[in-house]
Design a protein around this ligand. Structure first.
Ligand code: SAH
Length: 359
């Protein structure tokens, strides 16, 4: 993958320093050497582990949450179930098992997987074999009709830009080359146009303060918001992040479950940043969607009956299975583990009542 670093260096010599967003897009999605283009990042043997990999209860409760929304939508005979970045397919598998208790809902589901990675598409196809499903690269490619959409740890993978407070205005942190042709961070010129990209409440800061913005997340929120005004539906986003908007750099690289330098060997590590849920909510709201939350993941799962689900599964489990079920759910709900850092935000079409978990 040194090859990708060399290609990025050539591009910088040709075009000048890159925004961090441009760097992330290449490092994650370059068709030959990008992180998601080549490898399966999930699980113990990969680089990180996510909620659906930790506990089946996560996907099951999201399945029941969607079943409830399907009722709010008037039980349409066909509803698009879209997942953004389905990873190993674990969430969908658990979702569909839980959804089977409501056969009419299960039958109505038309599965659409929004997935960039060919490696993960193959894994999803294997895991969910026997079910008809469509793959698309973007939500713009989803057909019209009632929509239920879920996304776990998707927004954190979208490219961010970092803005740095200068003496009077804000500048952009860029990826440049040092005198030995190594990739380094370097700040561009202060510019009033960059100041306008910073959320107004965060503009007056000491020099050197960093703010992250995610244009791709804002664009997704706007597209989805417009769609939910045109057509009935709901969307659920779960991710680690903050609310309200805040200063500070959160961009990080993860390799084999340990943090790594962001610019080191691009393509070989996962890159992600905490989600600004306030910015995401603001963009969806401006487009006309109704925003619910965010609430913490711990509170959301508890409100959806995680404990009752655990008890039902435990009654049929061996002692070893029971211990695994308990510790898995504990990890998702415990405020000191994933319960507080992870947040849940829902978007609905205007006119629907508040979905479960957001009262
Ligand atoms: N939701 C899964 C996987 C999270 S990892 C889980 O919780 O386990 C992020 C997922 O998003 C991967 O499937 C990755 O391939 C996909 N992805 C990342 N960026 C994407 C993009 N721009 N478009 C489509 N899929 C993307």
């Amino acid at each position: 993958m040194a090859d990708l670093a060399a290609r990025i260096a050539r591009r910088i010599r040709r075009e000048g320093p890159l925004s961090i967003a441009a760097f992330m897009a290449v490092a994650l999605h370059d068709p030959e050497a990008g992180y998601y283009a080549r490898r399966d990042p999930l699980g113990r043997a990969g680089d990180f582990i996510t909620a659906p990999e930790i506990s089946q209860i996560f996907g099951e409760l999201i399945g029941l949450w969607c079943a409830d929304l399907w009722r709010h939508l008037g039980q349409p005979q066909s509803v698009i179930l879209a997942e953004l970045g389905p990873g190993s397919g674990a969430l969908l598998e658990d979702f569909l098992r839980a959804a089977a208790v409501l056969p009419a809902f299960h039958r109505a589901l038309d599965l659409w997987l929004v997935e960039a990675s060919p490696v993960l598409r193959a894994r999803q196809q294997r895991r969910l074999s026997g079910l008809g499903m469509h793959f698309v690269a973007d939500i713009d490619a989803l057909p019209p009709g009632p929509l239920l959409l879920t996304a776990n740890e998707f927004l954190d993978a979208l490219p961010i830009r970092q803005l740095v407070r200068g003496r009077l205005e804000w500048a952009e942190r860029l990826v440049a080359l040092d005198d030995k042709d190594r990739l380094v961070f370097a700040d561009g010129q202060e510019n009033p146009a960059l100041t306008l990209l910073v959320p107004p409440a965060l503009r007056a800061q000491p020099a050197g303060t960093i703010v992250e913005i995610c244009p791709a997340a804002a664009a997704l929120a706007a597209t989805l918001g417009e769609r939910l005004v045109r057509e009935p539906g709901a969307a659920l986003f779960v991710d680690y992040g903050y609310f309200p908007s805040a200063t500070g750099a959160t961009l990080a690289a993860l390799r084999r479950h340990a943090s790594a330098p962001v610019l080191d060997d691009p393509g070989s590590a996962d890159l992600s940043a905490h989600v600004d849920f306030a910015a995401f909510a603001g963009a969806a709201d401006a487009a006309g969607a109704i925003v619910h939350g965010p609430v913490t993941q711990g509170r959301f799962l508890a409100a959806l009956g995680a404990e009752a689900r655990l008890a039902a599964l435990s009654a049929r489990a061996t002692k070893v299975q029971r211990a695994a079920l308990e510790s898995g759910l504990e990890r998702l709900i415990d405020p000191a583990q994933m319960g507080n850092l992870f947040k849940v935000l829902a978007l609905t079409s205007p006119g629907l009542s508040a979905p479960a978990g957001f009262d």
